[in-house]
Design a protein around this ligand. Structure first.
Ligand SMILES: Cc1ncc(COP(=O)(O)O)c(C=O)c1O
Length: 492
């Protein structure tokens, strides 16, 4: 009997044999009363140990699929009208190629905190764990009207694949918005994507191959790190402080690791909320240029500044072709429209354009046209101004509630913009251990360990989203958090 075995597979050989025979029996290709090869014989045929085959046979026997007659051999039983006994791993019945996928699956940490909050069953849960702004503020009505107007105006043109780089008037609108922020990028250098996550993915896949090193801030946006790991890159962290990436430590890392890309979030960083200083921005560009390493600048909420002076985008300091800039309408407007973009110059733009076509053919034409109509009528700027006013108040509400309700020893720097406040717990307290208690009290947050590659550091940190709840809820939520922290200190 020939059974295909994959010795690189993480699934033990006895389970591979058992799965193969099980499928044969259940599909009928191994008929009842068929005599299976003797263990010794099959072990020899497959080049495995006899015990491996015996283990496979006893698994089948335990499930009532075969029986052994003393001195005669092992035989296939007729189909059992009763369902087979539940295995300890219900996935064991999937085809082998599916089972090997399980070993590579990355368990996404985002969303876990809110699942835990839901499971705790509090009557009025408050989440500070989300990564978006307040969905109650989305301009849903305006957008519905714009969508209808675009369908009336453009008809079937709005339902075509459209231009490869994205709807030209939207690219021009984006170029306008960027220019108002001091970043001059012609529409020809903009590529529209379905959010900024696909833009990050495109850049990563075009520039790197498995085993290449990518430098990222540590901590950083967890879904980018999960993506880089899934693509087989070696992720190396650059330490941060209250002023963003510690660029002083970068040169050594460049010399040591020869990275193929530096991924950075210079404005209102996720998760720390910090902004990279002007001097560090200039130094970063100089080093990237000197060591011939491209920079991927993720400006996911650069517009949401509540105070302080904006620093120039890295892309605006680019001596030419060194920086690829990505941004999104997800945080400033709505994540579900799935529109983001990248700006790049030089041959890499065409590589990205070509690869995007292979990946998804096109980004929704209808949504791009609607967004263009929405953005150009000035509503975007007005909406942004309103959001800034509202979110600044919420930031202040969170800062004041923290000062009133959290015990001494918690520390944070008030963020000047963005969505997140990065809070350190009192000495030796772990946010991962605090989370279940906080959920019992009816509040959740994103534990800091989720944002460090490897997940073993940052246990004393948590990320609090201060824009997604009204001020009154923030007050109640932080009060609950204070109670959970005090409960935990008593336990320790
Ligand atoms: C830093 C950062 N970059 C990019 C993204 C991707 O967002 P989207 O694909 O919705 O644009 C997120 C989402 O949370 C983020 O936090």
């Amino acid at each position: 009997m020939r059974i295909p075995l994959d010795r690189q597979n993480s699934l033990p050989l006895y389970q591979q044999i058992e799965t193969y025979l099980r499928q044969g029996i259940l599909s009928g290709s191994l008929a009842p009363e068929t005599r299976l090869p003797a263990c010794r014989q099959l072990a020899r045929d497959l080049g495995v140990n006899r015990i491996t085959v015996e283990n496979a046979y006893s698994g089948l026997e335990a499930d009532g699929l075969v029986f052994s007659r003393v001195g005669s051999g092992t035989y296939v039983l007729p189909p059992n009208p009763l369902p087979p006994v539940q295995k300890s791993s219900p996935e064991a019945d999937w085809p082998l190629w599916q089972q090997s996928l399980q070993a590579h699956n990355i368990v996404a940490k985002s969303g876990l905190a809110d699942e835990m909050l839901k499971a705790a069953g509090h009557a009025h849960p408050i989440s500070f764990a989300s990564g978006i702004s307040d969905s109650r503020q989305f301009p849903a009505d305006d957008f519905r009207k714009v969508l209808q107007a675009v369908m009336r105006r453009d008809g079937i043109d709005a339902l075509d694949y459209g231009e490869r780089a994205g709807y030209r008037p939207l690219r021009e609108g984006i170029a306008h918005i960027l220019a108002s922020q001091g970043l001059q990028v012609p529409a020809e250098n903009i590529l529209i994507t379905a959010g900024s996550q696909p833009a990050i993915s495109l850049v990563a896949q075009v520039l790197l191959k498995p085993e290449d090193v990518i430098l990222v801030e540590s901590p950083t946006y967890n879904i980018a790190v999960d993506l880089f790991n899934r693509l087989g890159f070696i992720v190396v962290g650059i330490p941060m402080d209250g002023q963003g990436m510690q660029v002083e430590k970068l040169e050594k890392l460049l010399q040591q690791h020869h990275p193929k890309l530096i991924y950075t979030i210079p404005n209102f960083h996720n998760p720390t909320g910090t902004c990279l200083t002007g001097a560090r921005r200039r130094q970063l560009i100089i080093l990237a240029d000197r060591y011939n390493v491209p920079i991927l600048e993720d400006d996911f909420v650069g517009d949401l500044r509540y105070e302080g002076r904006a620093q120039p985008a890295l892309k605006s300091l680019d001596p030419g072709g060194q920086v690829i800039y990505v941004s999104t309408f997800s945080k400033m407007l709505m994540p579900g429209i799935r529109v983001g973009f990248l700006a790049a110059d030089g041959p890499v733009y065409d590589s990205l354009l070509g690869f995007k076509r292979l990946s998804d053919l096109a980004t929704s034409t209808l949504i791009q046209r609607a967004l263009e109509a929405y953005v150009t009528v000035g509503r975007y700027q007005a909406y942004l101004r309103r959001s800034i006013l509202l979110f600044r108040k919420r930031r202040d509400a969170m800062v004041s509630a923290i000062d009133r309700y959290l015990p001494a020893g918690t520390a944070y720097d008030p963020p000047q913009g963005g969505l997140f406040l990065w809070l350190r717990l009192p000495e030796a307290m772990s946010a991962d251990e605090l989370l279940p208690l906080a959920c019992e009290e009816g509040v959740s947050f994103a534990p800091g360990s989720h944002f460090f590659a490897g997940g073993s550091s940052g246990r004393e940190w948590m990320r609090l989203n201060f824009v997604s709840q009204p001020a009154e809820e923030i007050e109640v939520g932080i009060k609950r958090l204070g109670k959970a922290i005090r409960r935990m200190s008593v336990r320790q």
